[in-house]
Design a protein around this ligand. Structure first.
Ligand code: SF4
Length: 375
């Protein structure tokens, strides 16, 4: 149920303190009440105002009359043989979004969504094929973390150590919600900025805006091709923000030190895995001291592309290392639970999925089923 009462989970610590300060002042309550509520939210993991048991009953009633504490409902949880756990969350208005818990050694990484669907139509991406639904609010982003972290603890996966904005949507096309969400995760829930990675296909103004923040959030560029010509075939946004401009923005991003850039390179057989591309890829990575993640394509139903052969992926890794670039092969996780971003949503929202476009012979998911997201 959604009402006009602000959701306390979507306020930054400063906004929370201001809003609660006014509320309790007007009720003649002491200032420490605001800190009590903040503690319940960030450390106590409460799911309703009624659970804030050290507030007098009258204050709990008044607080829940003015605010709400609301998380999305779990629609489905799918658990992969490799330990990856994917949640599908039901949002207001019927939208669904995905988040994925990925255990790796001592780490537990949570991949979260920033938009329901996506307008940017990258060809290799199931979310891109499913079209844009709507922007998520700060609360809808933060609560994926909150509810997933609780689920992970309850199910023996331990504490979430890292958060990556690599789920559905382009986070830097929803800065209005993603930037406050970053603040809430970092300053509210105490997740270190270096443990939070924002991934982008190259929203230039967003990269610049992230560089202006003082926290050292990490940035991952979904590169996928080391030349502008090839990149344009995979990522329509390349036409608007070309690679040379992105590289200049990344150089700016790392200036001053302490910030780290990663390149994501999905390896698609016969598309972007020609060994002749290696020197150019190594050059780009060297320019911004980027770590390169090589990811064999997780196939999606809408386009007939296959992952690069293992030998070719290893050859890219070795070639980059020989050029002095740190690189690693990242196996796609959760294949058996359709963990490629957007696949579950597409299955749930067949009205938005792409098979009919395939039948019409459309070669890229340009047809969008919703208002364009601002860039
Ligand atoms: S890769 Fe990212 S930006 Fe591109 S369509 Fe998929 S979700 Fe959108």
């Amino acid at each position: 149920m959604t009402t006009d009462r602000p959701n306390l989970l979507g306020l930054t610590p400063e906004e929370l303190s201001d809003a609660l300060g006014v509320h309790f002042r007007e009720r003649g309550e002491p200032a420490f009440r605001s800190r009590q509520v903040a503690r319940w939210l960030y450390e106590g993991d409460v799911r309703s105002v009624g659970d804030m048991t050290d507030l007098p009953l009258s204050e709990r009633k008044a607080l829940s009359g003015a605010f709400r504490v609301e998380e999305p409902e779990i629609d489905t949880v799918s658990i992969s043989r490799d330990g990856t756990a994917k949640h599908l969350w039901k949002l207001s208005g019927g939208e669904v979004v995905e988040s994925v818990l990925i255990p790796t050694g001592r780490r537990l990484t949570l991949c979260i969504s920033s938009q329901a669907g996506c307008a940017l139509a990258c060809r290799f991406c199931a979310t891109g094929w499913s079209g844009f639904g709507r922007q998520l609010s700060p609360a809808e982003i933060v609560t994926q973390y909150r509810a997933s972290a609780r689920w992970a603890l309850e199910n023996g996966l331990g504490a979430v150590s890292n958060v990556v904005f690599m789920g559905m949507g382009e986070p830097l096309a929803n800065r209005k919600a993603v930037f406050p969400a970053l603040t809430i995760l970092n300053r509210g829930y105490g997740l270190g900025a270096r443990r939070i990675t924002v991934s982008t296909v190259g929203v230039l103004p967003g990269i610049k805006a992230l560089a202006e923040r003082r926290e050292q959030f990490r940035l991952a560029l979904s590169l996928h091709a080391p030349t502008s010509e090839l990149r344009r075939e995979l990522i329509p946004l390349e036409k608007r923000y070309p690679l040379d401009q992105l590289m200049t923005a990344l150089e700016e991003f790392i200036r001053g030190g302490g910030r780290r850039v990663t390149f994501e390179y999905t390896m698609i057989r016969g598309v972007n895995d020609d060994l002749a591309l290696l020197p150019r890829l190594a050059d780009l990575a060297t320019r911004v001291r980027a770590f390169v993640n090589l990811i064999p394509l997780n196939p999606i139903p809408y386009v007939d592309w296959k992952p690069s052969p293992r030998g070719r992926v290893r050859a890219f890794e070795a070639g980059l290392e020989a050029a002095g670039v740190a690189a690693a092969v990242r196996e796609p996780r959760g294949r058996d639970i359709e963990a490629a971003c957007g696949q579950l949503r597409a299955a749930r929202r067949p009205d938005r999925a792409g098979p009919e476009r395939r039948l019409r012979g459309v070669s890229a998911p340009h047809s969008r089923s919703g208002p364009s997201a601002p860039l």
